[in-house]
Design a protein around this ligand. Structure first.
Ligand code: UDX
Length: 449
Protein backbone atom coordinates (compact mmCIF):
# COMPACT_ATOMS: atom_id res chain seq x y z
CA UNK A 1 0.00 0.00 0.00
CA UNK A 2 1.07 3.65 -0.36
CA UNK A 3 1.90 5.12 3.01
CA UNK A 4 2.91 8.68 3.81
CA UNK A 5 4.67 9.28 7.13
CA UNK A 6 4.61 12.89 8.27
CA UNK A 7 7.60 13.40 10.56
CA UNK A 8 10.97 11.71 10.16
CA UNK A 9 11.84 11.75 13.83
CA UNK A 10 12.28 8.77 16.10
CA UNK A 11 8.77 7.30 15.68
CA UNK A 12 8.29 8.34 12.04
CA UNK A 13 11.65 7.06 10.87
CA UNK A 14 11.37 3.72 12.66
CA UNK A 15 7.74 3.18 11.62
CA UNK A 16 8.30 4.37 8.05
CA UNK A 17 11.40 2.23 7.64
CA UNK A 18 9.66 -0.84 9.03
CA UNK A 19 6.51 -0.32 6.93
CA UNK A 20 8.76 -0.21 3.86
CA UNK A 21 10.62 -3.29 5.08
CA UNK A 22 7.38 -5.29 5.18
CA UNK A 23 6.60 -4.28 1.61
CA UNK A 24 4.74 -0.98 1.55
CA UNK A 25 5.69 2.07 -0.55
CA UNK A 26 6.60 4.70 2.04
CA UNK A 27 7.25 8.42 1.65
CA UNK A 28 8.61 10.13 4.76
CA UNK A 29 7.91 13.87 4.87
CA UNK A 30 9.89 16.32 6.95
CA UNK A 31 10.45 20.07 6.91
CA UNK A 32 14.12 19.84 7.80
CA UNK A 33 15.92 19.84 4.43
CA UNK A 34 19.29 19.15 6.07
CA UNK A 35 17.84 16.09 7.80
CA UNK A 36 16.28 14.93 4.51
CA UNK A 37 19.59 15.34 2.68
CA UNK A 38 21.38 13.35 5.38
CA UNK A 39 18.74 10.61 5.24
CA UNK A 40 19.00 10.40 1.45
CA UNK A 41 22.77 9.88 1.98
CA UNK A 42 21.93 7.09 4.43
CA UNK A 43 22.94 9.12 7.52
CA UNK A 44 20.52 8.43 10.36
CA UNK A 45 20.12 11.33 12.86
CA UNK A 46 19.37 9.02 15.80
CA UNK A 47 21.12 5.98 17.29
CA UNK A 48 18.74 3.02 17.03
CA UNK A 49 20.21 -0.46 16.47
CA UNK A 50 19.25 -1.82 13.04
CA UNK A 51 17.63 1.38 11.75
CA UNK A 52 20.47 2.42 9.45
CA UNK A 53 20.35 -0.91 7.61
CA UNK A 54 16.56 -0.85 7.26
CA UNK A 55 16.57 2.70 5.87
CA UNK A 56 19.46 1.95 3.50
CA UNK A 57 18.05 -1.35 2.20
CA UNK A 58 14.58 0.04 1.59
CA UNK A 59 15.83 3.20 -0.10
CA UNK A 60 17.87 0.94 -2.35
CA UNK A 61 14.80 -1.20 -3.04
CA UNK A 62 12.81 1.94 -3.95
CA UNK A 63 10.26 1.36 -1.18
CA UNK A 64 11.35 4.30 0.98
CA UNK A 65 11.89 7.92 0.01
CA UNK A 66 12.26 11.24 1.79
CA UNK A 67 10.77 14.56 0.73
CA UNK A 68 9.70 17.99 1.94
CA UNK A 69 6.90 18.09 -0.64
CA UNK A 70 3.95 17.24 1.58
CA UNK A 71 1.31 17.90 -1.09
CA UNK A 72 2.76 15.41 -3.56
CA UNK A 73 3.40 12.87 -0.82
CA UNK A 74 -0.17 12.99 0.43
CA UNK A 75 -2.00 13.17 -2.89
CA UNK A 76 -2.68 9.51 -3.60
CA UNK A 77 -1.73 7.91 -0.29
CA UNK A 78 -3.85 5.09 1.10
CA UNK A 79 -2.83 6.16 4.61
CA UNK A 80 -1.21 9.30 5.98
CA UNK A 81 0.49 8.77 9.36
CA UNK A 82 1.02 11.74 11.67
CA UNK A 83 4.23 11.05 13.58
CA UNK A 84 5.29 14.49 14.79
CA UNK A 85 6.37 15.38 18.31
CA UNK A 86 3.86 15.97 21.11
CA UNK A 87 6.16 17.29 23.89
CA UNK A 88 4.94 18.29 27.33
CA UNK A 89 3.67 21.85 27.30
CA UNK A 90 5.60 24.08 29.70
CA UNK A 91 3.60 24.84 32.81
CA UNK A 92 0.69 22.42 32.76
CA UNK A 93 2.21 19.20 31.43
CA UNK A 94 -0.45 18.75 28.72
CA UNK A 95 0.76 17.38 25.41
CA UNK A 96 1.62 20.21 23.00
CA UNK A 97 -0.45 19.38 19.88
CA UNK A 98 0.63 22.38 17.83
CA UNK A 99 2.53 20.28 15.30
CA UNK A 100 -0.23 17.65 15.08
CA UNK A 101 -2.94 20.17 14.19
CA UNK A 102 -0.59 22.02 11.85
CA UNK A 103 -0.08 18.77 9.91
CA UNK A 104 -3.86 18.17 9.81
CA UNK A 105 -4.36 21.62 8.30
CA UNK A 106 -1.50 21.15 5.80
CA UNK A 107 -2.57 17.75 4.49
CA UNK A 108 -6.31 18.48 4.26
CA UNK A 109 -6.36 20.29 0.88
CA UNK A 110 -4.24 17.58 -0.77
CA UNK A 111 -6.20 14.51 0.27
CA UNK A 112 -7.72 12.71 -2.74
CA UNK A 113 -10.03 9.72 -2.63
CA UNK A 114 -10.64 7.77 0.56
CA UNK A 115 -7.71 8.35 2.85
CA UNK A 116 -7.03 7.02 6.31
CA UNK A 117 -5.34 9.64 8.49
CA UNK A 118 -3.53 7.86 11.33
CA UNK A 119 -2.20 9.39 14.53
CA UNK A 120 0.97 7.46 15.39
CA UNK A 121 2.06 10.25 17.77
CA UNK A 122 0.98 9.88 21.40
CA UNK A 123 -2.00 12.21 21.76
CA UNK A 124 -4.58 12.86 24.54
CA UNK A 125 -8.04 11.35 24.38
CA UNK A 126 -10.21 13.25 21.90
CA UNK A 127 -7.39 14.49 19.67
CA UNK A 128 -8.60 12.34 16.76
CA UNK A 129 -12.00 14.05 16.97
CA UNK A 130 -10.32 17.45 16.69
CA UNK A 131 -8.10 16.32 13.79
CA UNK A 132 -11.28 15.28 11.96
CA UNK A 133 -12.80 18.72 12.57
CA UNK A 134 -9.64 20.51 11.40
CA UNK A 135 -9.50 18.50 8.15
CA UNK A 136 -13.25 18.94 7.47
CA UNK A 137 -12.92 22.70 7.95
CA UNK A 138 -9.97 22.94 5.55
CA UNK A 139 -11.45 20.53 2.99
CA UNK A 140 -15.18 19.76 3.45
CA UNK A 141 -15.05 17.36 0.48
CA UNK A 142 -12.27 15.23 1.98
CA UNK A 143 -13.25 11.55 2.32
CA UNK A 144 -11.18 10.63 5.36
CA UNK A 145 -11.29 8.42 8.41
CA UNK A 146 -9.09 9.48 11.35
CA UNK A 147 -7.60 6.49 13.16
CA UNK A 148 -5.56 6.16 16.35
CA UNK A 149 -2.66 3.70 16.02
CA UNK A 150 -0.35 4.32 18.98
CA UNK A 151 3.23 3.04 18.91
CA UNK A 152 4.74 0.88 21.65
CA UNK A 153 8.37 1.19 20.55
CA UNK A 154 11.10 1.13 23.19
CA UNK A 155 14.24 3.08 22.34
CA UNK A 156 17.07 0.64 21.75
CA UNK A 157 14.76 -2.19 20.67
CA UNK A 158 12.31 -0.33 18.42
CA UNK A 159 12.81 -2.45 15.29
CA UNK A 160 12.06 -5.65 17.18
CA UNK A 161 9.11 -4.02 18.95
CA UNK A 162 7.68 -3.05 15.55
CA UNK A 163 8.30 -6.36 13.78
CA UNK A 164 7.21 -8.60 16.69
CA UNK A 165 4.65 -6.47 18.57
CA UNK A 166 2.74 -7.83 21.57
CA UNK A 167 -0.27 -6.25 19.90
CA UNK A 168 -1.31 -3.63 17.34
CA UNK A 169 -3.95 -1.21 18.59
CA UNK A 170 -6.29 0.23 15.95
CA UNK A 171 -8.70 2.93 17.11
CA UNK A 172 -11.58 3.54 14.70
CA UNK A 173 -15.23 2.62 14.19
CA UNK A 174 -14.99 3.13 10.42
CA UNK A 175 -15.25 -0.25 8.63
CA UNK A 176 -13.28 0.85 5.57
CA UNK A 177 -10.50 2.24 7.75
CA UNK A 178 -10.35 -1.01 9.71
CA UNK A 179 -9.82 -2.90 6.44
CA UNK A 180 -7.05 -0.52 5.34
CA UNK A 181 -5.27 -0.78 8.71
CA UNK A 182 -5.64 -4.56 8.70
CA UNK A 183 -4.04 -4.68 5.21
CA UNK A 184 -1.22 -2.36 6.34
CA UNK A 185 -0.26 -4.66 9.23
CA UNK A 186 -1.06 -7.95 7.44
CA UNK A 187 2.59 -8.58 6.35
CA UNK A 188 3.52 -8.92 10.04
CA UNK A 189 1.45 -12.16 10.00
CA UNK A 190 0.11 -11.52 13.47
CA UNK A 191 -2.55 -13.76 15.00
CA UNK A 192 -5.87 -11.98 14.64
CA UNK A 193 -6.16 -11.63 18.42
CA UNK A 194 -3.03 -9.44 18.40
CA UNK A 195 -4.69 -6.83 16.21
CA UNK A 196 -6.98 -5.05 18.63
CA UNK A 197 -9.81 -3.07 17.05
CA UNK A 198 -11.41 -0.53 19.39
CA UNK A 199 -12.87 2.99 19.38
CA UNK A 200 -10.51 5.88 18.65
CA UNK A 201 -10.79 7.41 22.11
CA UNK A 202 -10.19 4.01 23.69
CA UNK A 203 -7.02 3.55 21.62
CA UNK A 204 -5.77 7.03 22.58
CA UNK A 205 -6.29 6.24 26.28
CA UNK A 206 -4.77 2.76 25.94
CA UNK A 207 -1.40 4.28 25.03
CA UNK A 208 -1.32 6.53 28.09
CA UNK A 209 -2.65 3.81 30.37
CA UNK A 210 0.05 1.40 29.17
CA UNK A 211 2.97 3.76 29.66
CA UNK A 212 1.63 5.02 32.98
CA UNK A 213 1.19 1.49 34.31
CA UNK A 214 4.76 0.59 33.33
CA UNK A 215 6.04 3.77 34.95
CA UNK A 216 4.06 2.92 38.09
CA UNK A 217 5.44 -0.64 38.13
CA UNK A 218 9.04 0.58 37.99
CA UNK A 219 8.35 3.22 40.61
CA UNK A 220 6.84 0.54 42.85
CA UNK A 221 9.99 -1.60 42.80
CA UNK A 222 12.11 1.51 43.32
CA UNK A 223 10.21 2.26 46.54
CA UNK A 224 10.49 -1.38 47.61
CA UNK A 225 14.24 -1.07 47.01
CA UNK A 226 14.40 1.86 49.42
CA UNK A 227 12.49 -0.19 51.99
CA UNK A 228 14.86 -3.13 51.46
CA UNK A 229 17.80 -0.93 52.41
CA UNK A 230 16.08 -0.05 55.67
CA UNK A 231 14.96 -3.54 56.69
CA UNK A 232 17.95 -5.55 55.41
CA UNK A 233 16.21 -7.26 52.49
CA UNK A 234 17.43 -7.60 48.90
CA UNK A 235 15.33 -6.09 46.12
CA UNK A 236 16.75 -8.44 43.49
CA UNK A 237 15.26 -11.37 45.36
CA UNK A 238 12.01 -9.54 46.06
CA UNK A 239 11.72 -8.75 42.33
CA UNK A 240 12.30 -12.40 41.48
CA UNK A 241 9.90 -13.49 44.18
CA UNK A 242 7.01 -11.36 42.89
CA UNK A 243 7.93 -11.41 39.20
CA UNK A 244 7.49 -15.16 38.90
CA UNK A 245 3.82 -14.62 39.65
CA UNK A 246 2.41 -14.55 36.12
CA UNK A 247 -0.12 -11.94 37.20
CA UNK A 248 2.79 -9.58 37.94
CA UNK A 249 5.44 -10.63 35.41
CA UNK A 250 9.23 -10.32 35.62
CA UNK A 251 9.74 -7.31 33.35
CA UNK A 252 10.05 -3.72 34.52
CA UNK A 253 11.04 -4.78 38.04
CA UNK A 254 14.68 -3.64 37.86
CA UNK A 255 15.17 -1.04 40.58
CA UNK A 256 17.19 1.97 39.47
CA UNK A 257 17.75 5.72 39.82
CA UNK A 258 14.36 6.66 38.41
CA UNK A 259 12.51 6.85 35.10
CA UNK A 260 13.71 8.93 32.17
CA UNK A 261 13.22 9.14 28.45
CA UNK A 262 10.97 11.14 26.19
CA UNK A 263 7.86 9.08 26.94
CA UNK A 264 7.18 7.96 30.50
CA UNK A 265 7.72 11.41 32.10
CA UNK A 266 5.72 13.14 29.35
CA UNK A 267 2.92 10.58 29.13
CA UNK A 268 2.34 10.24 32.88
CA UNK A 269 2.09 14.04 33.17
CA UNK A 270 -0.33 14.21 30.22
CA UNK A 271 -2.54 11.46 31.66
CA UNK A 272 -2.64 13.21 35.04
CA UNK A 273 -3.75 16.39 33.29
CA UNK A 274 -6.35 14.65 31.11
CA UNK A 275 -7.79 12.87 34.15
CA UNK A 276 -7.85 16.06 36.20
CA UNK A 277 -9.68 17.92 33.42
CA UNK A 278 -12.16 15.04 33.22
CA UNK A 279 -12.72 15.31 36.98
CA UNK A 280 -11.49 11.74 37.44
CA UNK A 281 -7.99 12.11 38.89
CA UNK A 282 -5.50 9.23 38.55
CA UNK A 283 -3.91 9.57 41.97
CA UNK A 284 -1.61 6.57 41.63
CA UNK A 285 -0.08 8.12 38.49
CA UNK A 286 0.14 11.52 40.21
CA UNK A 287 2.14 9.87 42.98
CA UNK A 288 4.30 8.06 40.44
CA UNK A 289 5.26 11.40 38.87
CA UNK A 290 6.11 12.96 42.24
CA UNK A 291 8.03 9.97 43.57
CA UNK A 292 10.01 9.60 40.35
CA UNK A 293 11.05 13.26 40.26
CA UNK A 294 12.18 13.13 43.90
CA UNK A 295 14.06 9.88 43.36
CA UNK A 296 16.28 11.13 40.59
CA UNK A 297 17.31 14.04 42.78
CA UNK A 298 17.79 11.83 45.84
CA UNK A 299 20.31 9.62 44.07
CA UNK A 300 23.03 12.27 44.46
CA UNK A 301 22.62 12.00 48.24
CA UNK A 302 23.32 8.28 47.98
CA UNK A 303 26.59 9.08 46.21
CA UNK A 304 27.51 11.72 48.79
CA UNK A 305 26.87 9.24 51.61
CA UNK A 306 29.05 6.66 49.88
CA UNK A 307 31.82 9.30 49.79
CA UNK A 308 31.72 9.79 53.55
CA UNK A 309 29.21 12.63 53.63
CA UNK A 310 30.81 15.16 51.30
CA UNK A 311 32.00 15.38 47.70
CA UNK A 312 33.39 18.90 47.98
CA UNK A 313 36.68 19.05 46.08
CA UNK A 314 36.30 15.41 45.08
CA UNK A 315 36.21 13.89 41.59
CA UNK A 316 33.23 11.69 40.74
CA UNK A 317 33.22 9.41 37.68
CA UNK A 318 29.80 8.94 36.05
CA UNK A 319 29.26 5.93 33.78
CA UNK A 320 26.17 6.43 31.62
CA UNK A 321 24.49 9.69 30.54
CA UNK A 322 21.62 8.32 28.43
CA UNK A 323 18.31 7.46 30.13
CA UNK A 324 18.80 3.79 29.23
CA UNK A 325 21.31 1.73 27.24
CA UNK A 326 21.38 1.26 23.43
CA UNK A 327 20.21 4.79 22.71
CA UNK A 328 21.82 8.22 22.38
CA UNK A 329 18.84 9.89 24.07
CA UNK A 330 19.55 11.81 27.29
CA UNK A 331 16.08 13.35 27.64
CA UNK A 332 14.95 13.24 31.31
CA UNK A 333 17.95 11.03 32.06
CA UNK A 334 18.59 10.53 35.82
CA UNK A 335 22.23 11.38 35.05
CA UNK A 336 21.26 15.03 34.57
CA UNK A 337 19.88 15.80 38.06
CA UNK A 338 22.48 13.53 39.66
CA UNK A 339 25.40 15.34 38.01
CA UNK A 340 23.89 18.78 38.62
CA UNK A 341 23.36 18.02 42.34
CA UNK A 342 26.91 16.65 42.72
CA UNK A 343 28.36 19.73 41.03
CA UNK A 344 26.28 21.93 43.34
CA UNK A 345 27.79 19.97 46.24
CA UNK A 346 31.27 20.85 45.03
CA UNK A 347 32.25 17.76 43.04
CA UNK A 348 34.25 17.69 39.85
CA UNK A 349 32.67 15.35 37.26
CA UNK A 350 34.30 13.01 34.79
CA UNK A 351 31.78 11.14 32.58
CA UNK A 352 31.61 8.54 29.83
CA UNK A 353 28.70 7.25 27.74
CA UNK A 354 29.10 5.09 24.60
CA UNK A 355 26.54 7.10 22.60
CA UNK A 356 25.13 9.92 24.70
CA UNK A 357 28.07 12.34 24.97
CA UNK A 358 27.10 14.55 22.03
CA UNK A 359 23.57 15.16 23.32
CA UNK A 360 24.76 15.46 26.94
CA UNK A 361 27.25 18.18 26.01
CA UNK A 362 24.37 20.44 24.98
CA UNK A 363 22.89 20.19 28.49
CA UNK A 364 25.67 19.36 31.02
CA UNK A 365 28.58 21.82 31.24
CA UNK A 366 31.88 21.84 33.20
CA UNK A 367 32.30 18.11 32.81
CA UNK A 368 35.34 16.15 31.64
CA UNK A 369 33.87 13.97 28.88
CA UNK A 370 36.05 10.88 28.73
CA UNK A 371 36.97 8.23 26.17
CA UNK A 372 35.99 5.14 28.16
CA UNK A 373 35.12 3.92 31.65
CA UNK A 374 38.74 3.70 32.82
CA UNK A 375 39.51 7.20 31.56
CA UNK A 376 36.50 8.45 33.54
CA UNK A 377 37.64 6.53 36.65
CA UNK A 378 41.17 7.99 36.55
CA UNK A 379 41.78 9.79 39.85
CA UNK A 380 38.12 9.53 40.84
CA UNK A 381 37.03 9.39 44.47
CA UNK A 382 33.94 7.38 43.44
CA UNK A 383 32.62 5.59 40.37
CA UNK A 384 28.84 5.86 39.80
CA UNK A 385 27.05 3.56 37.34
CA UNK A 386 23.92 5.42 36.19
CA UNK A 387 23.05 3.61 32.92
CA UNK A 388 23.38 -0.14 32.46
CA UNK A 389 25.29 -0.16 29.17
CA UNK A 390 26.72 -3.57 28.28
CA UNK A 391 30.28 -2.20 28.25
CA UNK A 392 29.98 -1.37 31.96
CA UNK A 393 29.02 -4.88 32.98
CA UNK A 394 32.43 -6.52 33.10
CA UNK A 395 34.99 -3.89 33.96
CA UNK A 396 38.48 -4.92 35.16
CA UNK A 397 37.99 -4.22 38.87
CA UNK A 398 41.71 -4.44 39.70
CA UNK A 399 42.43 -1.85 37.01
CA UNK A 400 39.64 0.36 38.33
CA UNK A 401 41.02 0.16 41.87
CA UNK A 402 44.46 1.04 40.68
CA UNK A 403 43.38 4.04 38.64
CA UNK A 404 40.89 5.52 41.12
CA UNK A 405 41.92 7.86 43.95
CA UNK A 406 39.49 6.09 46.30
CA UNK A 407 37.98 2.58 45.77
CA UNK A 408 34.27 3.45 45.91
CA UNK A 409 31.55 2.13 43.54
CA UNK A 410 27.92 3.27 43.58
CA UNK A 411 25.98 0.93 41.29
CA UNK A 412 22.60 2.54 40.63
CA UNK A 413 21.57 -0.32 38.33
CA UNK A 414 22.71 -3.30 40.43
CA UNK A 415 24.74 -4.68 37.56
CA UNK A 416 27.55 -5.89 39.85
CA UNK A 417 27.76 -8.59 42.50
CA UNK A 418 28.62 -6.77 45.72
CA UNK A 419 30.87 -9.52 47.06
CA UNK A 420 32.90 -9.62 43.83
CA UNK A 421 33.48 -5.88 43.98
CA UNK A 422 34.42 -6.02 47.64
CA UNK A 423 36.88 -8.86 47.11
CA UNK A 424 38.58 -6.55 44.59
CA UNK A 425 39.07 -4.05 47.41
CA UNK A 426 36.38 -1.60 46.25
CA UNK A 427 33.52 -0.54 48.54
CA UNK A 428 30.11 -1.24 46.98
CA UNK A 429 26.78 0.53 47.30
CA UNK A 430 23.86 -0.73 45.21
CA UNK A 431 20.11 -0.02 45.06
CA UNK A 432 17.96 -1.95 47.50
CA UNK A 433 20.76 -4.28 48.54
CA UNK A 434 20.48 -5.03 52.23
CA UNK A 435 23.70 -4.32 54.10
CA UNK A 436 25.42 -4.76 50.76
CA UNK A 437 25.87 -8.45 51.35
CA UNK A 438 25.14 -9.91 47.99
CA UNK A 439 22.65 -12.75 47.82
CA UNK A 440 25.13 -14.95 45.96
CA UNK A 441 27.70 -14.65 48.77
CA UNK A 442 24.94 -15.43 51.28
CA UNK A 443 24.06 -18.57 49.32
CA UNK A 444 27.75 -19.57 49.22
CA UNK A 445 27.99 -18.93 52.97
CA UNK A 446 24.89 -21.02 53.69
CA UNK A 447 26.19 -23.80 51.42
CA UNK A 448 29.49 -23.80 53.36
CA UNK A 449 27.72 -24.25 56.75
C1 UDX B 1 8.70 3.41 26.76
C2 UDX B 1 7.74 2.24 26.64
O1 UDX B 1 8.36 1.05 27.14
C3 UDX B 1 7.36 2.05 25.17
O2 UDX B 1 6.41 0.99 25.06
C4 UDX B 1 6.74 3.35 24.65
O3 UDX B 1 6.36 3.23 23.30
C5 UDX B 1 7.73 4.48 24.80
O4 UDX B 1 8.13 4.61 26.18
P1 UDX B 1 11.26 3.87 26.40
O5 UDX B 1 10.92 5.24 26.84
O6 UDX B 1 12.16 3.66 25.23
O7 UDX B 1 9.88 3.06 26.07
O8 UDX B 1 11.99 3.18 27.63
P2 UDX B 1 11.73 1.94 28.59
O9 UDX B 1 12.59 0.83 28.15
O10 UDX B 1 10.29 1.70 28.74
O11 UDX B 1 12.29 2.52 29.98
C6 UDX B 1 11.69 3.71 30.47
C7 UDX B 1 12.44 4.12 31.73
O12 UDX B 1 12.20 3.18 32.79
C8 UDX B 1 13.96 4.18 31.54
O13 UDX B 1 14.47 5.30 32.24
C9 UDX B 1 14.46 2.90 32.20
O14 UDX B 1 15.77 3.04 32.75
C10 UDX B 1 13.44 2.73 33.32
N1 UDX B 1 13.29 1.32 33.72
C11 UDX B 1 12.70 0.45 32.87
C12 UDX B 1 13.72 0.94 34.98
O15 UDX B 1 14.26 1.74 35.74
N2 UDX B 1 13.55 -0.35 35.37
C13 UDX B 1 12.97 -1.28 34.55
O16 UDX B 1 12.84 -2.43 34.95
C14 UDX B 1 12.54 -0.87 33.25
Amino acid sequence: MKITMIGAGYVGLVSGGCFADIGHAVTCVDRDEAKLEALRRGQIPIYEPGLEAIVHDNMQAGRLQFTADLAAAVADADAVFIAVGTPSRAGDGLADLTHVYAVAREIAPHLTGHTVVVTKSTVPVGTGDEIGRVIAKENPAADVAVVSNPEFLREGSAIGDFMQPDRVVIGTDDARARCVMHDIYAPLNLDDDRILMMSRRTAELTKYAGNSFLAMKVTFINEIADLCEKVGADVLDVARGIGMDERIGRKFLQAGPGIGGSCFPKDTLALVKTAHDADSPVRLVETTVTVNDQRKRAMAKKVIRACGGTVRGKTIAILGLTFKPDTDDVRESPAIPIITALQDAGARIRAFDPEGTEQAQTILKNIAYCEDAYDAAAGADALVIVTEWGVFRDLDLARLKQTMAAPVMVDLRNIYDAATVRVAGISYTGIGRSDGTDRRSLVLHQAAE
